[in-house]
Unconditional design. Structure first.
Length: 535
C-alpha cells in the first residue's frame, strides 16, 4: 500500500462523514428544540402543505364555534325579551276576560283599559329597546342575519328578525274586498305591464275578491270584454317578436308590497304576510313553433313532430331537441322541458286532453321564445295570428296567500288607472292588532281575547323557532369541537416531533460525532508516522 504525505485520504473520508453527522445532529436538535417534525419545506414539502390545510380548517372551526355562540346569544336575548312580552300579553288577556264580565260598569272597564294601555306601551318598549350588539331585534327592522358556522364558505345558518310591536301583533283572519265595481289593474303601483298586446290598454278587472288568512289562493276576475282571466296575480307581456312572458310579476309585487308595508301615522297595514307562485296553462299541444295566442276552440290534438335547438326556449334555455308522439303519449315533450327545470325553474305536465301546463313554483316569470321561422303549426295551439289578443282560454295563475288584519279595504279606480292601489298604506284599513285593543265594551273585550290569542300564537311560533335554532347551534358547536379535535390530532401526527425516535437518533448521532472526532485525529497523525521511515 503506497504511503504519501500530500494527500491524506483517510482524513478526507473522516471529515466528510463527520460533516454529515454534524448536519444530521443539527436537524435533530432543531426538531427536538422546536417540537415540530416539519420546520421547513425541506423537511417534508407534502407534509407541510397538508399540515397548513389542517391549520386553516382548525382555525376556521374555532371561529365558526365562536360565531355559533354569538348566534346562540342572539337567540337567547331575543327569547328572553319575548318571554316578558308574553307575560304582558297574558296579563292583557286576563284583564280582557275580566272586562268581558257583564257585572262590570263602564267605569270599571275604563280602569281596566288604563292598565291595558300601560301594558301595550311596555310591549312596544320591549320591542323598541331590545338590542344585540347595537341591533334592534324585535322592532321589525332586523333582516335575516347570517351566521358562519363552518370553516368553509357557504356553511351558514340564518336567523330572521321579529316584529313584536303591538301594532303588528294580533291580526285576525278576514277578507279583502274591492270598494268599487271596477278596480283598474295598472303598472304604477305594482310594477307590472298587465296582460296586453303591444300598446293595448291594460284590461280592467271586476269582482276582485281575495280570501286571506286561511291560505286560499287569489280569486279570479274577468276583463271588460268578458274573456276569462284566471287570476289577477299574473302578467303576460309581449317582450320580443317571437316571445311571450307569462309570469307572476304582479303576484310577486303584491306579496312584496304587502310584506314591506309599515304602519304610518296611525294608519297602515298590520300583521300581513304574503307569498306568490306562477302557473301558465296553454291549450292543446301541436307541433311547430310557439304561439302566444291560446284559443282552444281552434286547437287540435297533438300531432307527432319534433323540435330542435332554437325552436323552443323557456327562460333563456333551449329545450330541444325532442321527438314526440301524437298527444305526446310518451311524455317526450314534457320530459324535455322538465330535464331543463334546474335551469329554467319551470316544470311541465299534460292532462288527458293533451293540454300543457308550465309552472314556476318560486313565482318567477315564464318567458317563452320561439324560432323566427314562419309558423305553420302551433306547439301550444291557438288562433291564426301570433301574439293576438285572443285569451279565451288563457290561464296564468299567480297565487298570493295573505295573513292580515281583521279587514282590508281595497279602493276602487278608473279604467286603466293604477289598480290595486289599496296596497298603498293610506288605502288599507286593518283591525285586530294588540295596539287597537279596547275593552271598554263587552264586544271589545271579547275581540281582544282573540287578538291576544293570535299574538301569543305568533310569539310562541317564533320562540319555538328560536329554541330550535339554539339547539342547532349547540349541536353545531359540539360537532365543530369534535371535528377540530380530530383534525388537530391528524395535524399533530404529521408535524409534531416524535421525541422517542428523535432522542434515539440524537444519541446515535452524538456517538457517531464523538467517534468521528477521535478517528479524525488518528487520520491526521498518519502523515507523522511516515517520518519514521527517514530515521
Amino acid at each position: 500500500m503506497p504511503q504519501n504525505i500530500n494527500t491524506n485520504l483517510s482524513s478526507l473520508v473522516g471529515l466528510r462523514q463527520l460533516s454529515q453527522t454534524q448536519t444530521n445532529l443539527n436537524r435533530i436538535l432543531e426538531k427536538v428544540s422546536s417540537g415540530y417534525q416539519i420546520n421547513s419545506a425541506r423537511d417534508d414539502a407534502a407534509g407541510l402543505a397538508i399540515a397548513n390545510r389542517f391549520s386553516s380548517q382548525i382555525n376556521g372551526l374555532s371561529i365558526a364555534s365562536r360565531n355559533a355562540n354569538d348566534g346562540t346569544s342572539l337567540a337567547q336575548t331575543t327569547e328572553s325579551a319575548l318571554e316578558e312580552t308574553t307575560n304582558a300579553l297574558q296579563r292583557i288577556r286576563e284583564l280582557s276576560l275580566q272586562a268581558a264580565n257583564g257585572t262590570l260598569n263602564s267605569s270599571d272597564r275604563s280602569a281596566i283599559q288604563k292598565e291595558i294601555d300601560q301594558l301595550k306601551s311596555e310591549v312596544d318598549r320591549i320591542a323598541e329597546t331590545t338590542t344585540f350588539n347595537g341591533k334592534r331585534v324585535l322592532d321589525g327592522s332586523l333582516s335575516s342575519q347570517q351566521f358562519q358556522i363552518g370553516a368553509n364558505a357557504g356553511e351558514t345558518v340564518n336567523i330572521s328578525g321579529f316584529d313584536a310591536r303591538s301594532s303588528t301583533l294580533g291580526g285576525l283572519p278576514g277578507t279583502v274586498q274591492s270598494t268599487g265595481s271596477r278596480t283598474g289593474l295598472g303598472s304604477t303601483d305594482i310594477g307590472s305591464q298587465g296582460i296586453q298586446e303591444g300598446d293595448a290598454d291594460t284590461p280592467n278587472i271586476t269582482d276582485l275578491t281575495l280570501q286571506v288568512g286561511d291560505g286560499t289562493a287569489v280569486n279570479i276576475a274577468t276583463d271588460e270584454n268578458g274573456g276569462a282571466i284566471d287570476t289577477v296575480a299574473s302578467t303576460s307581456e309581449l317582450t320580443a317578436p317571437n316571445s311571450l312572458t307569462y309570469g307572476s310579476g304582479l303576484a310577486k309585487s303584491i306579496a312584496d308590497r304587502i310584506n314591506t308595508l309599515r304602519e304610518t301615522e296611525g294608519s297602515g297595514l298590520a300583521n300581513v304576510y304574503a307569498t306568490a307562485s306562477t302557473e301558465f296553462n296553454a291549450g292543446d299541444i301541436q307541433t311547430g313553433d310557439v304561439s302566444g295566442s291560446v284559443n282552444t276552440s281552434t286547437a287540435s290534438n297533438v300531432a307527432a313532430g319534433a323540435i330542435s335547438n332554437g325552436d323552443l326556449n323557456i327562460n333563456g334555455v333551449d329545450i330541444g331537441p325532442a321527438l314526440f308522439e301524437t298527444n305526446d303519449a310518451g311524455g317526450d315533450l314534457v320530459n324535455a322541458i322538465n330535464a331543463k327545470s334546474d335551469l329554467t325553474g319551470v316544470t311541465a305536465s299534460t292532462n288527458d286532453q293533451a293540454q300543457l301546463t308550465l309552472q314556476a313554483e318560486d313565482g318567477r316569470d315564464i318567458v317563452i321564445n320561439t324560432a323566427s321561422t314562419a309558423v305553420t303549426n302551433r306547439l301550444f295551439g291557438g288562433g291564426e295570428n301570433r301574439f293576438s289578443d285572443s285569451f279565451d282560454n288563457l290561464r296564468v295563475s299567480g297565487e298570493v296567500t295573505v295573513s292580515a288584519g281583521d279587514t282590508l279595504t281595497f279602493g276602487g279606480g278608473d279604467a286603466g288607472s293604477a289598480g290595486l292601489n289599496a296596497l298603498q298604506e293610506d288605502n288599507v284599513q286593518a283591525t285586530g292588532a294588540v295596539a287597537s285593543i279596547d275593552v271598554r265594551t263587552v264586544e271589545g273585550a271579547q275581540s281582544s281575547v282573540e287578538s291576544i290569542d293570535s299574538a301569543l300564537n305568533r310569539i310562541d311560533s317564533y320562540r319555538a323557532s328560536l329554541g330550535a335554532i339554539q339547539n342547532r347551534f349547540e349541536s353545531s358547536i359540539r360537532n365543530l369541537s369534535s371535528v377540530a379535535e380530530s383534525q388537530t390530532a391528524a395535524r399533530s401526527r404529521i408535524e409534531d416531533t416524535n421525541f422517542a425516535s428523535q432522542i434515539t437518533a440524537l444519541s446515535r448521532e452524538q456517538i457517531k460525532r464523538q467517534a468521528g472526532l477521535a478517528l479524525q485525529a488518528q487520520a491526521n497523525a498518519l502523515s507523522q508516522q511516515i517520518l519514521s521511515l527517514l530515521a
